[in-house]
Design a protein around this ligand. Structure first.
Ligand SMILES: Nc1ncnc2c1ncn2[C@@H]1O[C@H](COP(=O)(O)OP(=O)(O)OP(=O)(O)O)[C@@H](O)[C@H]1O
Ligand SMILES: [Mg+2]
Length: 149
Protein backbone atom coordinates (compact mmCIF):
# COMPACT_ATOMS: atom_id res chain seq x y z
CA UNK A 1 0.00 0.00 0.00
CA UNK A 2 1.38 3.37 -0.93
CA UNK A 3 -0.47 5.55 1.52
CA UNK A 4 -1.28 5.11 5.18
CA UNK A 5 -2.34 7.06 8.20
CA UNK A 6 -1.70 6.71 11.92
CA UNK A 7 -2.68 8.74 14.98
CA UNK A 8 -0.21 9.11 17.86
CA UNK A 9 -0.97 10.26 21.40
CA UNK A 10 2.49 11.29 22.64
CA UNK A 11 5.82 12.43 21.25
CA UNK A 12 7.25 9.02 22.23
CA UNK A 13 4.65 7.33 20.02
CA UNK A 14 5.60 9.64 17.15
CA UNK A 15 9.28 8.81 17.68
CA UNK A 16 8.36 5.12 17.57
CA UNK A 17 6.53 5.64 14.26
CA UNK A 18 9.65 7.38 13.00
CA UNK A 19 11.83 4.45 14.06
CA UNK A 20 9.65 2.08 12.05
CA UNK A 21 9.89 4.34 9.01
CA UNK A 22 13.67 4.72 9.43
CA UNK A 23 14.18 0.97 9.71
CA UNK A 24 12.56 0.51 6.27
CA UNK A 25 14.34 3.30 4.42
CA UNK A 26 17.09 2.77 1.91
CA UNK A 27 19.19 5.59 0.47
CA UNK A 28 18.79 7.43 -1.79
CA UNK A 29 15.44 8.82 -0.73
CA UNK A 30 13.90 12.23 -0.13
CA UNK A 31 11.40 12.60 2.72
CA UNK A 32 9.23 15.69 2.72
CA UNK A 33 7.72 16.48 6.13
CA UNK A 34 4.95 19.05 6.11
CA UNK A 35 2.69 20.38 8.85
CA UNK A 36 2.35 23.44 11.04
CA UNK A 37 4.77 24.70 13.68
CA UNK A 38 4.88 22.13 16.48
CA UNK A 39 3.14 19.46 14.41
CA UNK A 40 5.94 17.02 15.21
CA UNK A 41 8.23 17.03 12.15
CA UNK A 42 11.44 17.22 14.19
CA UNK A 43 10.07 14.71 16.71
CA UNK A 44 9.36 12.24 13.88
CA UNK A 45 12.86 12.87 12.49
CA UNK A 46 14.37 11.83 15.84
CA UNK A 47 12.76 8.44 15.35
CA UNK A 48 13.69 8.18 11.67
CA UNK A 49 17.37 8.90 12.37
CA UNK A 50 17.29 6.43 15.25
CA UNK A 51 15.60 3.74 13.12
CA UNK A 52 18.25 4.23 10.46
CA UNK A 53 20.97 3.83 13.07
CA UNK A 54 22.37 7.24 12.07
CA UNK A 55 21.94 9.05 15.38
CA UNK A 56 20.25 8.66 18.73
CA UNK A 57 17.03 10.60 19.18
CA UNK A 58 18.75 12.97 21.63
CA UNK A 59 21.39 13.84 19.05
CA UNK A 60 18.72 15.03 16.61
CA UNK A 61 17.81 18.66 17.26
CA UNK A 62 15.97 21.16 15.08
CA UNK A 63 18.13 22.68 12.32
CA UNK A 64 15.99 25.84 12.50
CA UNK A 65 18.94 28.25 12.44
CA UNK A 66 21.68 26.11 10.93
CA UNK A 67 19.28 24.92 8.17
CA UNK A 68 21.04 21.56 7.71
CA UNK A 69 22.27 18.91 10.11
CA UNK A 70 24.17 15.87 8.88
CA UNK A 71 24.35 12.57 10.71
CA UNK A 72 26.78 10.13 9.22
CA UNK A 73 27.01 7.11 11.39
CA UNK A 74 26.33 4.66 8.54
CA UNK A 75 24.67 6.07 5.41
CA UNK A 76 24.51 9.88 5.44
CA UNK A 77 21.31 11.43 6.75
CA UNK A 78 20.59 15.10 6.12
CA UNK A 79 17.95 16.90 8.19
CA UNK A 80 16.99 20.16 6.50
CA UNK A 81 14.65 22.89 7.80
CA UNK A 82 13.60 25.41 5.14
CA UNK A 83 11.38 27.49 7.43
CA UNK A 84 13.82 30.39 7.49
CA UNK A 85 14.73 30.27 3.81
CA UNK A 86 13.83 33.69 2.48
CA UNK A 87 15.39 33.82 -0.97
CA UNK A 88 17.80 32.23 -3.39
CA UNK A 89 20.80 33.79 -1.69
CA UNK A 90 19.96 31.70 1.39
CA UNK A 91 19.64 28.73 -0.87
CA UNK A 92 23.16 29.16 -2.23
CA UNK A 93 24.65 29.37 1.25
CA UNK A 94 22.68 26.29 2.18
CA UNK A 95 24.55 24.19 -0.38
CA UNK A 96 21.68 21.84 -1.10
CA UNK A 97 23.53 20.51 -4.18
CA UNK A 98 25.94 18.76 -1.82
CA UNK A 99 23.04 17.11 -0.10
CA UNK A 100 22.02 15.37 -3.33
CA UNK A 101 25.60 14.60 -4.43
CA UNK A 102 25.84 11.31 -2.53
CA UNK A 103 23.32 8.55 -1.92
CA UNK A 104 21.68 9.78 1.24
CA UNK A 105 18.49 9.95 3.22
CA UNK A 106 17.38 13.59 2.98
CA UNK A 107 14.65 14.72 5.37
CA UNK A 108 13.16 18.15 4.70
CA UNK A 109 10.89 20.20 6.98
CA UNK A 110 8.86 22.98 5.31
CA UNK A 111 9.51 21.55 1.81
CA UNK A 112 6.98 23.88 0.17
CA UNK A 113 9.44 26.77 0.61
CA UNK A 114 11.44 25.47 -2.34
CA UNK A 115 11.09 23.39 -5.46
CA UNK A 116 13.44 20.48 -4.90
CA UNK A 117 14.48 18.66 -8.04
CA UNK A 118 15.69 15.11 -7.77
CA UNK A 119 15.22 11.76 -9.47
CA UNK A 120 15.26 10.08 -6.08
CA UNK A 121 12.08 8.45 -4.82
CA UNK A 122 10.05 10.78 -2.61
CA UNK A 123 8.05 9.94 0.51
CA UNK A 124 5.62 12.66 1.61
CA UNK A 125 4.60 12.77 5.26
CA UNK A 126 2.00 15.23 6.53
CA UNK A 127 1.66 15.79 10.27
CA UNK A 128 -1.45 17.35 11.68
CA UNK A 129 -2.08 18.74 15.16
CA UNK A 130 -5.31 17.12 16.35
CA UNK A 131 -5.17 17.89 20.08
CA UNK A 132 -2.51 18.82 22.64
CA UNK A 133 -0.75 15.44 22.52
CA UNK A 134 -2.49 13.95 19.50
CA UNK A 135 -1.10 14.02 15.97
CA UNK A 136 -2.29 12.50 12.71
CA UNK A 137 0.53 11.27 10.50
CA UNK A 138 -0.34 10.61 6.86
CA UNK A 139 2.24 8.93 4.67
CA UNK A 140 2.20 9.05 0.88
CA UNK A 141 4.73 6.68 -0.62
CA UNK A 142 3.97 6.36 -4.34
CA UNK A 143 7.30 4.65 -5.11
CA UNK A 144 6.73 2.01 -2.42
CA UNK A 145 9.96 2.90 -0.64
CA UNK A 146 8.55 1.73 2.70
CA UNK A 147 6.87 -1.41 1.45
CA UNK A 148 9.31 -2.93 -1.06
CA UNK A 149 11.79 -5.40 0.45
N1 LIG B 1 1.82 12.96 19.51
C1 LIG B 1 2.82 13.84 19.42
N2 LIG B 1 3.71 13.74 18.40
C2 LIG B 1 4.72 14.62 18.25
N3 LIG B 1 4.93 15.66 19.08
C3 LIG B 1 4.09 15.82 20.12
C4 LIG B 1 3.01 14.93 20.32
N4 LIG B 1 2.33 15.33 21.43
C5 LIG B 1 2.96 16.42 21.88
N5 LIG B 1 4.02 16.73 21.10
C6 LIG B 1 4.90 17.89 21.31
O1 LIG B 1 4.74 18.75 20.19
C7 LIG B 1 5.98 19.36 19.89
C8 LIG B 1 6.38 19.01 18.47
O2 LIG B 1 7.52 19.78 18.17
P1 LIG B 1 8.44 19.54 16.88
O3 LIG B 1 9.65 20.38 17.10
O4 LIG B 1 8.63 18.10 16.63
O5 LIG B 1 7.52 20.17 15.74
P2 LIG B 1 7.93 20.63 14.28
O6 LIG B 1 6.82 20.17 13.40
O7 LIG B 1 9.29 20.18 13.95
O8 LIG B 1 7.86 22.22 14.40
P3 LIG B 1 8.67 23.36 13.61
O9 LIG B 1 7.92 23.64 12.34
O10 LIG B 1 8.65 24.51 14.54
O11 LIG B 1 10.06 22.85 13.33
C9 LIG B 1 6.99 18.86 20.89
O12 LIG B 1 7.05 19.77 21.97
C10 LIG B 1 6.38 17.53 21.34
O13 LIG B 1 6.76 17.16 22.65
MG1 LIG C 1 11.00 21.18 13.35
Amino acid sequence: MSSSEVVTHSSEETIQQGREIGARLKAPVLLLLSGDLGAGKTTLTKGIASGLGAASEDEVTSPTFTLVHKYDRGAPVYHVDLYRIADFHDLETLGLEDVFAERAVVIVEWPDKLTLRTHWPIVRIRLEHVAEDTRRIAIDDPAGVLTNP
